[in-house]
Design a protein around this ligand. Structure first.
Ligand SMILES: Nc1nc2c(ncn2[C@@H]2O[C@H](COP(=O)(O)OP(=O)(O)OP(=O)(O)O)[C@@H](O)[C@H]2O)c(=O)[nH]1
Length: 403
């Protein structure tokens, strides 16, 4: 090989080596430039907490250990319900805000020196305007007249005791007020929730589910209100919040078939209670009777309905009572849930409902919040109606605070 040829070969080799070097450096830089968000860890971390495995028992509801970089899921978190014991006492402020008109008004009237006819008429008017109803009002006034006459001079404390006793008497019923939600062997208890549109049925189902779950039960919600898809969506949201299963059908499905499937699924899943939400269209009594009758009949293929709760909006007053009576004729109502008592000063409706429908008020709704539902308790209710007694005692709070 000539000398010039040798130099040519060496130059070509050096050039090739230089080009190769540049290419290697470029590809390394490109490798480092992959953004962290495109690394595969993030999706894997998200999959580590599937919603399907979310615990349904309240004691298991403590926040799950945080997975390092997992992004939060958009599903509503399962909430820990407030304990149910003493709910009405805790909600007393909401109740007394609206109900003091009745209690304080009565105390003020009765503490007058001379209880003449005009004064008694005012007492009567106050009771009627608080939706107590004509017949119970007459009875209460008659008894108050008699007892204040015997009493003669009245101290504020005596008046308070007297009124408290009379209201307690008017509100008391012989029937059981607690919900019949005990499992019967391997069959869950079944609660049918009925009432007119907008009374608060779906909300009440969700609130009851929370109460039952707070007490350690497993609950299934059945969306037999197939008339409005939004109603089933609303129930489903409640189910996710409280950690219960939900059974729903397509919009316009036969409510009876959804109710049947709900109880069937409740039995299979071994839950303690199945709450069935229904539609409340009240176009005519025959239609309602057909629909609710069928729902009840198909549920009973699995066993009896343990509770039929009639949800009643307290703000609808005496008119609402007429509609409510239709439901008691159509199905065997075992208890009333009186909602929206926070939004009316007419607490006397509790007395009227029980007298007119002959069904005990079992629960009361005192707001839109998830824990704004309380078991109805006569003593605590009367306490809330009468407030702290300072209207009659001129400001001295002589009573013991509510325990
Ligand atoms: N203030 C107050 N609002 C309540 C109470 N209970 C329910 N509500 C409200 O009443 C409205 C109607 O409640 P729903 O539960 O949708 O009534 P529904 O009977 O299921 O109505 P439909 O699905 O149309 O039959 C909602 O805005 C609730 O938040 C209560 O105790 N107090």
């Amino acid at each position: 090989m000539e000398n010039w040829q040798l130099w040519l070969v060496i130059a070509a080799v050096v050039l090739l080596a230089a080009v190769a070097g540049v290419l290697v450096v470029r590809s390394r830089r490109a490798g480092r430039a992959v953004p962290p968000s495109r690394q595969p860890e993030a999706p894997e971390a998200r999959e580590a907490t599937p919603i399907a495995e979310a615990p349904t028992r309240p004691e298991a509801e403590a926040p799950a250990p945080v997975e390092a970089e997992a992004e939060p899921e958009p599903t509503p978190a399962i909430e820990v319900p407030e304990p149910t014991a003493g709910r009405l006492v805790r909600l007393r402020a909401k109740l007394s805000r609206s109900q003091n008109v009745l209690g304080r008004g009565l105390l003020t009237l009765l503490s007058r020196d001379h209880l003449d006819e005009d004064a008694w008429e005012e007492v009567e008017e106050l009771l009627i305007s608080a939706d107590v109803g004509l017949e119970p009002t007459g009875r209460i006034v008659e008894r108050l007249r008699e007892r204040t006459r015997v009493l003669g001079t009245r101290t504020p404390e005596q008046l308070r005791v007297l009124l408290s006793e009379e209201l307690t008497e008017a509100l008391s019923v012989d029937a059981e007020r607690s919900l019949n939600v005990r499992r019967d062997g391997d069959r869950p208890s079944v609660v049918l929730v009925v009432g007119v549109n907008g009374a608060g049925k779906t909300t009440t189902c969700g609130k009851i589910a929370r109460v039952l779950i707070a007490d350690g039960n497993r609950v299934l919600l059945g969306a037999a209100d197939t008339f409005r898809a939004a109603a089933a969506d609303q129930l489903e949201t409640w189910a996710q919040r409280v950690g219960s299963e939900v059974v729903r059908g397509p919009e316009g499905a036969d409510p009876a078939s959804v109710a049947f499937d709900s109880v069937k699924r409740g039995i299979e899943a071994g839950v303690d209670a199945v709450l069935v939400d229904t539609a409340g269209r009240l176009q005519n009594k025959a239609g309602l009777m057909d629909e609710l009758g069928k729902v009840k009949r198909v549920i009973e293929k699995h066993g009896p309905v343990d509770e039929t709760l009639l949800v009643l909006d307290a703000t609808t007053g005496q008119n609402g009572l007429e509609q409510a009576r239709v439901f008691t004729e159509v199905c065997d109502v075992t208890g009333v849930v009186l909602t929206k008592l926070d939004g009316t000063a007419k607490g006397g409706i509790v007395i009227a409902v029980q007298r007119r429908l002959n069904v005990p008020v079992k629960l009361i709704g005192l707001g839109e919040g998830p824990d704004d539902l309380a078991p109805f308790d006569v003593t605590q209710f009367v306490d809330a109606l009468l407030g702290d007694g300072d209207a009659a005692s001129g400001g001295s709070k002589s009573r013991q605070p509510v325990a």
